[in-house]
Design a protein around this ligand. Structure first.
Ligand code: COA
Length: 322
C-alpha cells in the first residue's frame, strides 16, 4: 500500500513588515484593540511587484530543498489560493514555469482559508492511487490586494505570505486522514463580492474587497473547528493526548485559544504565528508548520493535527504523522 508523507516544508514572507502602530496612523484603531481582539502584532505585506506566484515559488524552493529532491522530481503542483496572479493561467502553471518543471499537472484550488487542506487532501489521493510520487502543495496569498485599507474591521486582520510542502509517496503513513467540508449558505458572511462572471466591472470599487461579519464568522468558526477535530480523532481511533501539535489556521488568537481549550490541548502544544503573520488565509497552516519544523519544535514521528475554517464556509482537517 502506498501512503503519502510530508518530505519537506518551506515558507516565504515578504520583506515589508507592517506593525499595528503603522495602522494606527492610517485608521481609527489602536495597537491595543488589535492585539486584544485578534492577537495580531504585525503582518507582512507583498512588495508592489511581488505576486502570489512569486511567493509560492520562493516557499516551494525551500520545501524542495528540505525534501532533498530536485525540481524535476515534482510530478504534481497544486496551489491553494484565492488571490491568483491572473484569471488564467492558474497560478500553479506560473509556479511550474518558474521552477522549470514540465508536464506535471498544475492547477489551483480555491477554498479560501481552508484551501491548503483541500489541496493536501487532493494531493494525498493522487499519491495513494499512484497518480503522483512527489507533489508540491502550496498555499500562497496576497490578501493586501483585496483589503479595503479604510475598513478597520477587516484590514487589520490579514497579511501576505506563502507556505509549501513536498508530499511524497511512502510505505508508512504520513497523512493518516483528511476531512474537508463546505456549506455554501454562509457566502454572505465572508466574501469578496466582485468576481469574473459577476461584478467584474466593479473591480476597484468596494465590491472588490473583503467584506465580513466578523462576529458571526467567529462563532461559527469556534463551533465548527471543535467538531472537525472530534471527527478526525474518531476516524483514526486516537485520543486528544496523542496529538503532539495542533497547527490551526491562524485567523485570530481568540479562536485558536477557544478551539484548543474545547479540545483540551495545552497552548504549549499549539503552533501560533498569527501574532507575527496575521491571517494569511491558505498560506497560514503550511507557514506555521514550516516555522515549527525549522525551529525544531516539531520532530519526525510526531502526530500533528491541522485544522482550518474559511469563507464558503469551508472547513477541514488533517491528521499527520510527521
Ligand atoms: N480598531 C478599533 N475598533 C474596531 C476595529 C479596529 N480595527 N474593528 C472593529 N472595531 C470596533 C467595532 O466597530 C465595534 O465598535 P462598536 O461596538 O462601537 O460598534 C467594536 O470594535 C467591537 O466590534 P466586534 O466586531 O464586536 O469585535 P469582536 O470582539 O467580535 O472582534 C473580530 C472583531 C473581527 C476581530 C472578530 O469578530 C473575529 O476575529 N472574527 C473572526 C474573523 C475571522 O477569523 N475571519 C477569517 C476566518 S478565516
Amino acid at each position: 500500500m502506498t501512503w503519502s508523507k510530508i518530505a519537506g516544508t518551506g515558507g516565504y514572507l515578504p520583506e515589508r513588515i507592517m506593525s499595528n502602530k503603522e495602522l494606527e496612523k492610517m485608521l481609527d484603531t489602536s495597537d491595543e484593540w488589535i492585539r486584544e481582539r485578534s492577537g495580531i502584532k504585525r503582518r507582512h505585506i507583498a512588495a508592489e511587484n511581488e505576486t502570489t506566484a512569486d511567493m509560492a515559488v520562493a516557499a516551494s524552493r525551500k520545501a524542495i530543498e528540505a525534501a532533498g529532491i530536485e525540481n524535476s522530481d515534482i510530478d504534481l503542483i497544486i496551489v491553494a489560493t484565492s488571490t491568483p496572479d491572473k484569471i488564467f493561467p492558474g497560478t500553479a502553471c506560473i509556479v511550474q514555469r518558474h521552477l522549470e518543471i514540465e508536464n506535471s499537472p498544475a492547477f489551483d484550488v480555491n477554498a479560501a482559508c481552508s484551501g491548503f487542506l483541500y489541496a493536501l487532501d487532493i494531493a494525498d489521493r493522487f499519491i495513494r492511487t499512484g497518480g503522483a510520487r512527489n507533489a508540491l502543495v502550496i498555499g500562497s496569498e496576497t490578501y493586501s490586494r483585496i483589503l479595503d485599507w479604510t475598513d478597520r474591521s477587516t484590514c487589520v486582520l490579514f497579511g501576505d505570505g506563502a507556505g509549501a510542502v513536498v508530499l511524497s509517496a511512502a510505505e508508512e503513513p504520513g497523512i493518516l486522514s483528511t476531512h474537508i467540508h463546505a456549506n455554501g449558505k454562509y457566502e454572505d458572511l465572508l466574501h469578496v463580492p466582485a468576481g469574473i462572471s459577476s461584478g467584474y466591472d466593479a473591480v476597484r470599487s468596494e465590491a472588490a474587497f473583503i467584506q465580513m461579519k466578523g462576529n458571526e464568522v467567529f462563532r461559527k468558526a469556534v463551533g465548527t473547528l471543535g467538531s472537525i477535530a472530534r471527527e478526525t480523532l474518531s476516524a483514526n481511533n486516537i485520543e486528544k493526548k496523542d496529538i503532539a501539535w495542533l497547527i490551526p489556521h491562524q485567523a485570530n488568537l481568540r479562536i485558536i485559544v477557544a478551539t484548543a481549550k474545547k479540545f483540551d490541548i495545552p497552548m504549549e502544544h499549539v503552533v501560533v504565528t498569527v501574532d507575527e503573520h496575521a491571517n494569511t488565509s491558505s498560506a497560514s497552516i503550511p507557514l506555521a508548520l514550516d516555522v515549527a519544523v525549522r525551529d525544531g519544535r516539531i520532530k519526525r514521528g510526531e502526530l500533528l493535527l491541522f485544522e482550518a475554517f474559511g469563507a464558503g464556509f469551508t472547513w477541514g482537517s488533517a491528521l499527520v504523522r510527521y
